[in-house]
Ligand binder design. Structure first.
Ligand SMILES: Cc1ncc(COP(=O)(O)O)c(C=O)c1O
Length: 375
């Protein structure tokens, strides 16, 4: 029977405690949100929602076409110029998602005969970019610049090194300076995904590459999402103009995809301007993460020291992680739950978002609930 094979997989998933279900959330909820990626609490900021509404009214509900046909509005151009200026790069190109931006950057920059050196802890969208690219992929150990150097040394021809700046599971940072050094030694390009760094790390939230002194470098390309700190939707690639022009001409997820919806572009632009005006939001997110980590570890839980706004707490098993997260929810706290296959190392975790707009009382409540409900 067609699709009959799915039942076997469904059963295996159920037995392993790995079934996923959708849970539509209501517009208003009493739950304390520490599960979303709204790091700066901007998704509901009046300036951001007004930016979305104004853009939709002016430009329409959708972009109406792909970017090279009718899907590039003046608003897209404005957003790209301001993103590039804020992050310190020559040029920027926005996409309908961060996922599409990553597929674009990796596939377009790794032609046939090239090498892609990819960190084992990279996000699924970078992994899928590697799978789609014509270049040969070599996966190296997590955050291991020495292994990156060795892989580059053994290859002749164009190469890129691909890494998250802040890893989405544990919230730890990549050794960007060492990766850049290895790339320069071997004439390779560095492509980093700053999805969890933009808005949180660097001067006023300019991102991890900016903090590492790599912004604007001729051999560095940065991807990011507009859906986390900027509270909107969409993705961006930042880099030298020659790279961005190449993506416009060669990246299939740019060419064959409808342009970013005007509402999303308007919301992202409003959020970016807000962040430029209120740079303290980035530092606050980092301070909330540090406080959560200190309190949780003081209570005896195993949590990874956060480098940005992601706080990862170890759980004993996938089943216990799911139950722990569900119990927190019952107690009024929404937390993320990571388990295999999303986590390649097989370790299940609660994943907490250290939002910049959390109050001291909310942090205290969150820590109390997590500790009281621990398995
Ligand atoms: C590291 C990383 N890169 C890329 C993405 C994809 O971005 P988007 O959700 O905008 O497609 C995500 C998460 O969503 C992410 O965590």
């Amino acid at each position: 029977m067609a699709f009959g094979w799915i039942d076997e997989q469904t059963e295996a998933r159920r037995r392993a405690g790995l079934v996923r279900t959708l849970r539509p959330r209501p517009a208003a909820s009493a739950l304390l949100d520490m599960a979303s990626n709204d790091y700066l609490g901007l998704a509901h900021h009046p300036e951001v929602t007004e930016g979305a509404a104004r853009a939709a009214q002016l430009w329409g509900g959708g972009a109406t076409g792909s970017r090279l046909v009718t899907g590039t509005t003046e608003l897209h151009g404005e957003l790209e110029r301001e993103l590039a200026a804020f992050c310190g790069f020559e040029s920027a190109l926005v996409f309908s998602s961060g996922y599409a931006a990553n597929l674009a950057a990796v596939t377009a920059l790794a032609p046939h005969g090239s090498l892609i050196v990819s960190d084992a802890g990279n996000h699924a969208s970078l992994i899928d970019g590697c799978r789609l690219a014509r270049g040969e992929r070599q996966v190296v150990g997590h955050a291991d610049p020495e292994a990156v150097g060795k892989a580059l040394a053994a290859h002749q021809g164009p190469a890129i090194v691909v890494s998250d700046t802040v890893f989405s599971v544990d919230g730890d940072q990549a050794p960007l300076a060492a990766l850049a050094e290895a790339c320069r030694e071997h004439g390779a390009g560095l492509v980093v995904d700053d999805a969890h760094g933009l808005g949180v790390l660097g001067d006023g939230g300019r991102g991890a590459p900016h903090a590492a002194g790599l912004a604007g470098a001729a051999d560095v390309v940065v991807t990011a999402t507009l859906s986390k700190s900027l509270g909107s939707q969409g993705g961006v690639v930042l880099g030298p103009a020659r790279v961005i022009d190449h993506l416009v001409n060669a990246a299939r997820t740019f060419i064959f995809d409808t342009g970013l919806a005007p509402a999303a572009a308007g919301a992202a632009l409003a959020a970016l301007r807000l962040l430029a005006r209120e740079p303290e939001r980035a530092a606050r997110a980092r301070a909330v993460a540090a406080e959560l980590h200190t309190r949780l570890t003081a209570a005896g839980l195993e949590a990874v020291r956060p480098d940005a706004a992601v706080v990862s707490v170890r759980a004993p098993s996938p089943e216990q992680a799911v139950r722990w997260a569900a119990d927190c929810r019952t107690a009024g706290l929404a937390v993320g739950c990571f388990r295999p296959p999303s986590v390649p190392d097989g370790i299940s975790r609660l994943r907490l978002t250290a939002r910049a707009d959390l109050s001291g009382a909310e942090i205290e409540r969150a820590v109390r609930v997590i500790c009281e409900r621990r398995p």
